[in-house]
Design a binder for this molecule. Structure first.
Ligand code: CP
Length: 316
């Protein structure tokens, strides 16, 4: 593995999930795999899980870790090629990425969508610039449109908790007071489409994902219908793709409740976190036995570990 930008960087989905679960049991065997190597964790946006889990995964391999909150501590970066830099930006991404690549053996980057210009967000300029200029492997820690380390952790969690060979997995939109990017649902759809699951998206009209993520996916605007027979409920808010970045519904009838969960096949409840309690989902659901949000978050270490292992192995 050279970079980990999306599911396209994974040759065999079942293979990486099996390897991740195995690695979880045998991490001590690889404690020297990254010895003498440095990973730079570069954050343009806030994080709890991604920062701590990727750092822990790197430390498990004996790597050194540098963390930079470039969004608050770094120079403002210019993204446009050939720009006359007489504005706010003090440094061009091509110089910043090359310098970071000179200090680090692997660079991992988080850069969210701005939700102002759909074409700009979906062009993924920040991550693509790092992959172009850094000269070292780049890991996506959530970009404008994708969050693959989260989706891999989600798939590992589903594999660990499923009771039937091909479970029904429902991604349901849920309300939120702020407009959020589509990275988590896009990525989740991409990974579930390629996994051995029956995958359904439930959302109000106007919240359909971009066509490339909806293609081949069962879609319903009826949440109750989607929940019937479900083995996993994955709740997430996202803003509209069609009316880009807008909140087009605040319907609290979409909040995941114990009554809604009762419609399922004793489903497990999942959410990538952070979560707005009693808006996206009720306390009763989040704190129930069937909620697997903490094992899911714990598997963020597992997904980072298997990706780092593959990259470090390819560098040998
Ligand atoms: N799920 C997730 O990526 O969490 P953080 O935003 O806290 O990293």
């Amino acid at each position: 593995m050279k970079h980990f930008f999306s599911i396209s960087d994974v040759d065999n989905l079942q293979g990486i999930v099996a390897e991740a679960i195995d690695l979880k049991k045998n991490i001590a065997q690889f404690s020297e795999l990254g010895k003498g190597k440095t990973i730079g964790l570069i954050f343009f946006n806030s994080s709890l899980r991604t920062r701590l889990s990727t750092q822990k995964a790197a430390l498990n391999f004996g790597m050194s870790v540098i963390v930079m909150n470039v969004g608050s501590d770094g120079w403002k970066l210019e993204m446009e090629d050939g720009a006359i830099m007489n504005g706010d930006a003090a440094e061009h991404i091509k110089d910043a990425a090359r310098v970071m690549g000179a200090y680090c053996d692997i660079i991992a980057v988080r850069s969210f969508a701005e939700l102002k210009n759909r074409d700009k967000d979906y062009a993924e300029d920040v991550l693509k610039s790092f992959m172009k200029y850094a000269g070292v492997p780049v890991i996506n820690l959530e970009s404008s449109t994708l969050h693959p380390l989260q989706s891999l952790a989600d798939l590992i969690t589903i594999e660990e908790y499923k009771k039937v060979k091909r479970p029904k997995v429902v991604l349901t939109w849920a309300p939120h007071p702020k407009a959020l990017p589509q990275a988590v649902p896009n990525s989740f759809a991409q990974w579930m489409k390629n996994a051995d699951v029956d995958f359904v998206i439930a959302c109000p009209k106007g919240y359909e994902l971009a066509p490339e993520f909806m293609e081949g996916v069962a879609l319903t605007h009826n949440q109750d219908e989607a929940f019937e027979g479900a083995d996993f409920i994955y709740a997430k808010n996202w803003s509209s793709y069609q009316m880009y970045g807008q909140i087009v519904s605040t319907d609290l009838a979409w909040t995941v409740s114990a009554e809604k969960m009762a419609l399922t096949n004793n489903a497990k409840f999942m959410h990538c976190l952070p979560v707005r309690r009693n808006v996206v989902v009720t306390d009763e659901v989040l704190d129930a036995d069937y909620s697997i949000i903490i094992p899911e978050a714990k598997n963020r270490v597992t997904s980072a570990q298997v990706v780092l292992k593959r990259i470090l192995t390819a560098m040998q």
